[in-house]
Design a protein around this ligand. Structure first.
Ligand SMILES: [Mg+2]
Length: 294
């Protein structure tokens, strides 16, 4: 029997009512994970509640597959995930019905996942950054840095910095320049047919984004479950496509206690606190709204 059917058909879940149909997409850096320590401890109470209620929590991050697998293990999460700003959708084997998975995408079937690849080849992204550097733009990508440099820059321990360098679809980079320079850089990247976005770093990627990947997974869940309600939680401009693709977009505060001014959507739910602490209270509040009345 398929995992998702097992999840939603057991008798002991009768009490979860409409909660059965809630799907939560979340960013990691600065959202579920503390911007400095990468800890999700402050979100643990609500994460636990989601596990008990069997509500899918879908990680949707600019992080790599290796990094997300690391956090999925810590979170005891067995749901699909979206890597590198929407470059790859990793669906555990036998999670959805095979007929539900759309055939018009590039799908790589591995031993653990069926992967829908939406992103552009990593080598092509690095080549564009190389060309831009030749043109005088002061850009430096993860591929130009050692593991130690990435570790120092990101505050990640060495073994996680190594995972962060195992990239397939998205290259984070540093850029030295003012706002005008960064606008020129954005135009230069876009005219080459690529996309630039911003989270903790600048990122260059192909025409994929978090929103496209969220829409594909949402369709898959709808095929299996019927009507669902989707929630998205983020903190930065690279989350905007994800937040636009969900029914209930949520933004958490940055470490300075403010909301990123670039993320301004109608109906945006603003969490009352920073990163994982805000995540915890905002999702708990949504769960209380969706809890069936006794
Ligand atoms: Mg973030």
């Amino acid at each position: 029997m398929l995992w998702i059917y097992r999840l939603y058909s057991s008798n002991d879940r009768k009490d979860s009512g409409r909660l059965n149909k809630l799907i939560i997409f979340t960013d990691l850096d600065g959202t579920l994970l503390d911007a400095d320590t990468y800890s999700f401890a402050e979100a643990s109470p609500t994460i636990q509640l989601l596990r008990e209620r069997h509500i899918p929590l879908i990680i949707c991050s600019s992080k790599t597959r290796a990094e997300i697998e690391h956090y999925r293990m810590l979170l005891e999460n067995r749901h699909p995930f979206i890597s590198e700003n929407g470059g790859g959708i990793f669906i555990p084997k036998a999670y959805f019905s095979p007929t539900a998975v759309p055939t018009h995408f590039k799908i790589v079937s591995g031993s653990r996942y069926d992967t829908i690849e939406l992103g552009t080849r990593y080598g092509d992204l690095c080549a564009v950054l190389h060309d831009l550097r030749q043109e005088g733009y002061l850009v430096k990508g993860f591929s130009d840095m050692t593991v130690a440099e990435v570790s120092e820059l990101t505050n990640l321990p060495l073994h996680e910095a190594r995972m962060a360098k195992q990239r397939d679809f998205d290259e984070p980079f540093l850029f030295e320049g003012d706002v005008t320079d960064s606008e020129r850089l954005s135009t230069a990247i876009q005219t080459r047919g690529f996309t630039v976005t911003r989270g903790r770093f600048f990122h260059i990627l192909g025409n994929s984004n978090k929103g496209m990947a969220v829409e594909i997974l949402t369709e898959l869940y709808k095929k299996q479950l019927g009507e669902i309600v989707t929630v998205g939680v983020g903190d930065s401009p690279n989350d905007i496509p994800m937040l636009k693709a969900v029914d209930i977009p949520v933004i958490v505060q940055n470490p300075d206690g403010r909301y990123d001014p670039a993320v301004d959507l109608p109906e945006l739910m603003r969490a009352d606190d920073i990163g994982p602490k805000g995540w915890n209270t905002a999702i708990a509040k949504l769960l209380s709204l969706f809890l069936p009345s006794e």
